[in-house]
Design a protein around this ligand. Structure first.
Ligand SMILES: NC(=O)C1=CN([C@@H]2O[C@H](COP(=O)(O)OP(=O)(O)OC[C@H]3O[C@@H](n4cnc5c(N)ncnc54)[C@H](OP(=O)(O)O)[C@@H]3O)[C@@H](O)[C@H]2O)C=CC1
Ligand SMILES: O=C(CO)COP(=O)(O)O
Length: 344
């Protein structure tokens, strides 16, 4: 239910589905801004931790979040009065959670913050929302948003993408603060795809870091990753300019250079000679890039898109090639132009 607090700005009721790192960080931002925040998670123990200690003991144990955040395992109660819903559930469970929420989402503004691709369908999360629900207003939030930095209140920017201009404005008002800035973009597909794709390259960067790559190599890798992900996305209908923004190059740089990124960490473990199973077990959280790699490699073959970095990583992760072959695999292929989307 919407109310008007003393300072005159509207106070919204925000429901957040998913109590992992990012759902918790989003609940903290929203509550800091004076909104009523309900956070849905499936673990009673974690609910207790949030409601009593204001700490997500499993995912963000070193941070205290705003005491007004109310957690619950009851999804219907969480959604009942919500004006705005933010979903931070890993892509492999996204559809099942949307189905569980069902009619309680109808008519609402629903924002996906998930950076992944559904296996089998190649659906992005906004597409799942439109498939599963009859009347909702959909947006996508993506950008360089490492959860631990957000809860530490490091200055951060993100992108809200939607064809619904009013929804973008509302999300900007709700989340904007002196440490969290929200930009808008109407290229929903490009913003959403960028968020999913960069995870693949964060894994490659993690491998490179473990192998001691220098700055030249790091720079080459990030720049060629940007070229490759934009080439793929443009083939699927995205706007290449989106990749020059926060959701593209911004998020790519953040996740390819930070050990706070789970995808980077999986890559780092692979670069140290660990198996994928060992790397994922050690992480204990979601690293979307592994599934995204599988989906994107298959789609690139189908559509005949040139993606040497994806191809090389696929060989290392799924075809048992030695990790030392990664850079060689990327370099052996034909040389291409530097910038592909020149105006002239
Ligand atoms: N962390 C970050 O910095 C950012 C993450 N993202 C994206 O947000 C999405 C979520 O990531 P993040 O929060 O980090 O992930 P985490 O691994 O930290 O947490 C995942 C959360 O989803 C819950 N969950 C998983 N499956 C289900 C299910 N079937 N039903 C109910 N709850 C479920 C988990 O519950 P349980 O603990 O019970 O398993 C947990 O609360 C990802 O797509 C990620 O790419 C986007 C921007 C930044
Ligand atoms: O998307 C993220 C930061 O923008 C988080 O990346 P990881 O999922 O690799 O931790």
């Amino acid at each position: 239910m919407m109310m008007t607090p003393n300072n005159g700005s509207k106070q919204y009721t925000i429901a957040i589905l998913g109590g992992g790192s990012f759902g918790t960080a989003l609940s903290d931002i929203s509550a800091q801004n004076g909104h009523q925040v309900k956070l849905w998670m499936r673990s009673e123990e974690q609910v207790k931790g949030i409601n009593q200690d204001h700490i997500n003991h499993r995912y963000l144990p070193d941070y205290t979040i705003h005491p007004s955040v109310q957690a619950s395992t009851d999804i219907q109660a969480t959604l009942s009065e919500a004006d705005l819903v933010l979903i931070a559930i890993p892509s492999q469970s996204f559809r099942s959670v949307v189905q569980l929420a069902g009619n309680a989402l109808e008519g609402k503004m629903v924002i996906s913050t998930t950076k992944g691709i559904e296996p089998e369908t190649f659906d992005l999360m906004s597409e799942i929302l439109f498939e599963e629900l009859a009347s909702i207003r959909v947006g996508v939030l993506s950008g360089p948003n490492l959860a631990k930095e957000i809860v530490a209140k490091a200055v951060t920017a993100t992108v809200i993408a939607s064809e619904d201009a009013e929804l973008c404005e509302i999300v900007q008002k709700v989340l904007h603060s002196d440490y969290f800035r929200v930009y808008s973009n109407h290229d929903v597909y490009g913003v959403e795809l960028a968020g999913a794709l960069k995870n693949i390259y964060a894994i490659v960067s993690g491998i490179g870091a473990a192998m001691g790559m220098g700055e030249n190599t790091k720079s080459m890798l990030i720049t060629r990753s940007l070229a490759e992900m934009s080439r793929f996305a443009v083939k699927l209908g995205a706007d290449p300019m989106t990749f020059l923004g926060l959701a593209g190059v911004g998020d790519l740089v953040a996740t390819c250079t930070s050990s706070l990124s789970r995808n980077f960490r999986v890559g780092y473990a692979l670069g140290q000679g660990k198996s994928l199973t060992e790397a994922e077990a050690e992480l204990g959280q979601v690293a979307e890039g592994v599934n995204t790699l599988r989906q994107v490699r298959q789609k690139a073959v189908e559509l005949d898109v040139y993606m040497p970095i994806v191809e090389a990583l696929h060989k290392v992760i799924f075809e048992d090639f030695d990790v030392s072959q990664l850079v060689k695999g990327m370099m052996l292929r034909e040389q291409k132009t530097d910038v592909e989307f020149m105006v002239r």
